[in-house]
Design a protein around this ligand. Sequence first.
Ligand code: AVJ
Length: 320
Amino acid sequence: MSPFLLTRTLPDGTTGADLRADVLNGLTRTPKELPPKWFYDARGSELFEEITRLPEYYPTRAEREILVARAAEIAAATGARTLVELGSGSSEKTRHLLRALRPGLVDYVPVDVSESALTGAAEALTEELPGLRVHALVADFTRGLALPGTPGPRLVAFLGGTLGNLLPRQREVFLRSARSLLEPGDALLLGTDLVKDEATLVAAYDDAAGVTAEFNKNVLAVLARELGADADPEDFEHVAVWDRDNEWIEMRLRARRDLTVRFPALGLSVPFAAGEEMRTEVSAKFRQEGIAAELAAAGLALSRWWTDEQGRFALSLATA
Ligand code: AVJ
């Protein structure tokens, strides 16, 4: 196995402080909410990988279809010597891009909050693509990014539809900070899920096998481990709803009875009324006009737009 570099920009204490702040902010307001990044401990990352193989969860397959079909075009359009991938997870789909970008590609910089996912991906990739320099960054890309010095042109990829997990205001901030990473000649590659019929969307977030339900409830295990919370997953029900005004899916955890969750680490008790819901994720779905407008507002120009055969998912290429 070739070596790879791993940099932690999330010192252990920061993660804890961030989670505490998110719990204090999100669970003391009405309606209750938590940011979706807390799903992704080792178990949550594993469950997400399982989700990507579910028959109902089409986004991963649709995006892979586009990457396979368009990797050569992306490589030709960008001539990238560095690929930076934000929210890289297992980097599984990125392989197609990495192979197409060789031989010009020198550096791959995967960035993720999950150190276990990064280590696994970096080990597999250095083996599969000998000579590629892999510099993994454990970082929260919603908090601003400092990238290692790498040769241009750079392609910054944000795949998987993760942009949709940010709220509109957060997307604006994120796209502006992505824009600030780009120098002339660099490009942004964005993967976004598209608006489609409600039944398809809801099924993708409420699968028959119950894997998404388990993924959703995994956040309770994270709260238990990190903050000593005593929430029993059996007391909560997985909910996935389509918000047609905002054009996003919401995942929630609904209390099955009146209960109180205690956070000894915070000196906090959080009461839930029976039926009360806590929002754990927003997954926005997009249209081409909306993407073009959001990019433009961040100083980016949409230059290419590709979808899968069925028009379920899109890859956008944008330049500064
Ligand atoms: C992290 C954006 C790929 O919103 O579809 C999957 C996470 N949540 N099932 C998404 C997720 C529930 C996912 N992404």
